[in-house]
Design a protein around this ligand. Structure first.
Ligand code: ZN
Length: 139
């Protein structure tokens, strides 16, 4: 079961410009910028009450965000849902016939394990599952 919408991801061409526009729009500053090198993206997060907005810009042409914008232009890229156990949710969705874009959860921005569901499986919407990574300190 999905717990809640964790954030909405928006693909943008120019992160500086979009960040400043969203600061004005939302009336709050971005609280974090983070590059996810493996995904070729730089992200910027905003909090609006209990919800978050994630702006995503490509760092190069290898990025899925680059390809998305080339094809569809800027706009809503994905909806992310928080899950408690990403492994069991991935298995559940697989059993239900959904196509997952990654076989194993991968490390995403904002200290999360993430997995994506193919938009073809979900009426054209890219769905992200994310689980907070809880660091266990070894003593
Ligand atoms: Zn996301």
């Amino acid at each position: 079961m999905f717990e809640k919408i964790e954030h909405i991801g928006i693909a943008v061409r120019n992160l500086d410009q979009a960040e400043s526009l969203y600061e004005t729009l939302l009336g709050t500053a971005s609280y974090k910028r983070e590059t996810v090198a493996s995904e070729h993206v730089i992200t910027s997060f905003f909090g609006t009450g209990p919800n978050k907005i994630e702006l995503l810009a490509a760092t190069d042409e290898m990025s899925a965000i680059y390809k998305f914008i080339e094809k569809k232009g800027e706009g809503i890229h994905h909806i992310a849902f928080a899950v408690e156990d990403i492994y069991s949710e991935m298995q559940r969705l697989k059993n239900e016939g959904f196509t997952l874009l990654n076989e194993e959860p991968k490390r995403g921005a904002d200290n999360k394990l993430v997995c994506f569901v193919h938009p073809k499986s979900a009426n054209g919407v890219l769905i992200e599952l994310c689980q907070e990574i809880i660091e266990v300190s070894e003593e």
